[in-house]
Write a protein that binds this ligand. Sequence first.
Ligand code: CP
Length: 327
Amino acid sequence: MEKPYRRRDLLGIRELTEADIRGILDTAENFREINTREIKKVPTLRGKTVINLFFENSTRTRTSFELAAKRLSADAVNISVSSSSVSKGETLVDTALNLDAMDPDCIVVRHGSAGVPHQLAKVSRAAVVNAGDGSNEHPTQALLDAMTIREHKKKIQGLEVAIVGDILHSRVARSNIHLLTKLGAKVRVAGPGTLVPRDFGYLIEEAGTSRGRESVSTASLTVCPHVEDAIRDADVVMILRIQRERQDSAYFPTLREYAVHYGLTNGRLDLAKKDAIVLHPGPMNRGIEIASEVADSSRSLILDQVKYGVAVRMAVLYLATGGSLGS
Ligand code: CP
């Protein structure tokens, strides 16, 4: 079922051009002010329907998509797996077809398996937005991270960004590597050897096959042997959550050892530039991947990330349902 504008779906950052990304971020900037008003509501999406279909738990993403839809006056419906007929054995495609029969304008989906949003997009007439698919991508998280970085550093081009932790299972890392390298940042990744792929050839190959769009170059992406090497002189330090739910074997001996060898403490953060900022997509494991002294410090922008998430999701819903870039 061909859709008139393929850009209406947001399936991953991999499929976007640099201009697409800048356009979404500029659109989000325009929506940001609405969230500071006393009456946080505009009629932009009046008459549109957004379905949030979450097969995995979420606090930030689901709430901010719902708020984004409601602040734009769309009707928002939340479906969680436990209350849907998926728990009675209905297939994913049948669920999608049944939801589509109710004529929503947009389906926002989170699923534990990579590729589910792409599968849904093939059968649904509604625009499909990926709210996180397994270890594949989390495009709106990378967009809100970029908005936070842009706000505080006034640029992304030329920045040194350290991404530390469970790179292997992280859809946040994958989307951020695509986005940050497309926008001209240099990314360094580090973590336990078992949780950092040595070879990012898969990212380069994937990006290269996406209809001639820019690919991740090895010059923009460095795998560091030690966390300290990644953090040294970084402008941005992005800490990832230990994803115990996606780890089917022991990737490191104990959480205590993880905290000692890889956790972000003030001591490690002192290696970064003096004005370095700290990001974490949440939910945080305090005292494991990030010490509370860092998470609660003035260098931490973790709650700013959450705040910008609403504006980014307003922009994404607006563009998915027919709005123009940069409006
Ligand atoms: N960052 C993020 O995706 O958080 P949630 O799992 O709470 O949505």
